[in-house]
Design a protein around this ligand. Structure first.
Ligand code: 3HC
Length: 303
């Protein structure tokens, strides 16, 4: 019999989840919708602020399923089923019959709180609410909830389809049945779930950001981006810090840096040049193969 993960309540407490809501239809949200529909085989509805965003999110899911089909990683039946399970809406009313709603919206505490306020007005009192926040306090998100016992942190890593880890966060109020359901969902998603403390950026992002912080610090001091970024290659990391930053989105990386700096002070530095990289578009760093890596899209040096 599989060992229960440390801190996971008795699985008998877990509730069935027949429908999932995802707030947001951006890259992370769309990856989550695909994973839930594919692995759990339940209807998943994504919402966003306008139809164009919703269509883009659903379009992403369809395109990814087509890629899996072309690689023969999914059967034609499973592909059709997965596509039909994922729908989109501009209204959170679509969550009325959901059992589990996860938000993957902008990394701003007040935005997340507002989202949960709107969702709580629609869903049943038993519906579980989850946040995929990278670095914000889950406890703070519970503060204004009508039912804080239903909140859990459910933090995935990019690319969601392939990264095996899931950080689960309980807040003081989180109900055991809610936590047990979160662990059962993780199992259904074939992720390795670990229960982590509700600390800024939890565990993994803190470690990643120490690396990122030193690379950006070297860059700030004048070491060319390419040199600083490639310095860790001999360590066998699957991606260099800036490539990783570009994949998760540099603004996300910057938010995490700022959250960590606020929580832990000088242990985590915030790079001013990271903002320049964002402004210039990080891809421009690697666009040049003639060694002018430290120049932005406008041709001006970053430093
Ligand atoms: N979406 C879906 N699948 C993807 C993918 C994506 N974006 N990127 C890669 N894959 C799949 C590929 O299709 C391939 O699958 P296949 O074997 O079925 O064909 C498989 O992953 C391996 O891909 P590749 O062979 O092309 O490339 P690599 O061997 O280099 O692996 C990687 C790619 C798994 C992304 C690897 O580079 C890696 O592990 N990178 C580090 C990722 C990481 O550290 N993520 C954490 C970021 S932090 C975070 O997300 C937290 C947030 O809060 C900010």
């Amino acid at each position: 019999r599989a060992k229960r993960p440390a801190g996971a309540p008795d699985r008998k407490l877990a509730r069935p989840v027949g429908k999932i809501g995802v707030v947001g239809a951006g890259l992370m949200a769309s990856q989550l919708a695909l994973l839930f529909a594919r692995q759990l085989k339940v209807p998943v509805v994504m919402t966003d602020i306008d139809q164009a965003r919703v269509d883009k999110g659903v379009g992403y899911v369809h395109a990814e399923v087509d890629k899996l089909l072309a690689k023969k990683r999914i059967s034609p039946d499973a592909a059709n089923r997965t596509k039909s399970l994922v729908t989109g809406s501009v209204s959170k009313e679509a969550f009325a019959d959901a059992d589990f709603v996860i938000e993957a919206v902008f990394e701003e505490l007040n935005v997340k709180k507002q989202v949960f306020k709107e969702v709580e007005a629609i869903v049943s009192p038993e519906c579980i609410l989850a946040t995929n926040t990278s670095s914000l306090s889950v406890t703070a998100m519970a503060e204004d909830l009508e039912h804080p016992e239903r909140l859990v942190g459910f933090h995935f890593f990019n690319p969601v389809a392939v990264m095996p880890l899931l950080e689960i966060v309980r807040v003081p109020a989180t109900d055991d049945a809610v936590l047990a359901t979160a662990f059962e969902l993780a199992k259904g998603l074939k992720k390795s779930a670990v229960l982590v403390k509700d600390a800024a950026a939890f565990v993994v992002n803190r470690i990643l950001l120490r690396l990122m912080g030193e690379v950006t610090a070297a860059f700030d001091e004048g070491t060319p981006a390419e040199v600083a970024d490639n310095a860790l290659r001999p360590m066998g990391l699957p991606m260099t810090p800036f490539t990783l930053g570009a994949m998760v989105g540099l603004p996300v990386a910057q938010h995490v840096q700022e959250s960590l700096h606020t929580a832990f002070g000088e242990r985590f530095t915030v790079s001013q040049n990271l903002q320049k990289l964002i402004d210039n578009g990080v891809k421009s760093i690697w666009a040049s193969s003639n060694g002018a890596a430290e120049k932005g899209a406008d041709g001006k040096p970053f430093i």
